[in-house]
Design a protein around this ligand. Structure first.
Ligand SMILES: CC(C)(COP(=O)(O)OP(=O)(O)OC[C@H]1O[C@@H](n2cnc3c(N)ncnc32)[C@H](O)[C@@H]1OP(=O)(O)O)[C@@H](O)C(=O)NCCC(=O)NCCS
Length: 142
């Protein structure tokens, strides 16, 4: 089940990423929740357990995805695809015509997800992550 992200979910969301991944701090989630008036952010849950989230924000005519994460045990089961599809449908309902994001060039799985959903590469930011890894900019016209 997909529902809107709310401050009450922060404790659960903070635990979803593994220790070896770049986790948002609780404070980051909190400030995101407070500042994102145009937030289109969702959680995916099953039997009351939060298994994934997608944080995005409306910027003028576009929607920017800031993060999408699925709990490690539940990856490769279609949850990421379901959340992106949900965002696309939500974007259409509010007449937005583009979804943008940036992804680490080395994040093969995330790139596969975005390619599968029709995102196209639109640019590159060299050494964007920790001054080492490149970021690929991608967008989807809807
Ligand atoms: C990226 C992420 C959100 C994908 O979520 P997910 O629920 O596992 O994705 P899905 O199961 O919907 O899979 C989508 C596509 O990704 C690819 N994929 C997913 N897991 C894969 C794996 N283990 N090996 C190879 N390809 C894989 C497949 O192409 C799949 O489509 P298909 O099943 O139709 O072939 C998840 O891997 C994750 O949380 N990663 C860590 C956080 C992260 O990197 N987020 C992206 C920030 S830009």
């Amino acid at each position: 089940m997909i529902s809107k992200f709310h401050i009450k979910h922060i404790e659960d969301l903070h635990k979803i990423k593994s220790d070896d991944e770049d986790v948002w701090s609780k404070e980051q989630f909190h400030s995101y929740a407070m500042s994102s008036s145009g937030s289109m952010s969702y959680i995916y849950s099953l039997n009351m357990e939060v298994l994934g989230y997608l944080m995005s924000q409306v910027v003028l005519d576009e929607i920017h995805i800031h993060d999408i994460v699925v709990s490690k045990k539940f990856r490769n089961k279609g949850i990421g695809t379901t959340m992106i599809r949900y965002l696309i449908e939500s974007a259409k309902r509010v007449n937005k015509n583009k979804i943008c994001l940036e992804v680490n060039a080395r994040n093969t799985i995330a790139k596969k997800l975005y390619n599968k959903m029709g995102f196209m590469e639109s640019g590159i930011r060299n050494k964007y992550y920790n001054n080492v890894d490149n970021a690929i900019l991608m967008d989807l016209q809807i």
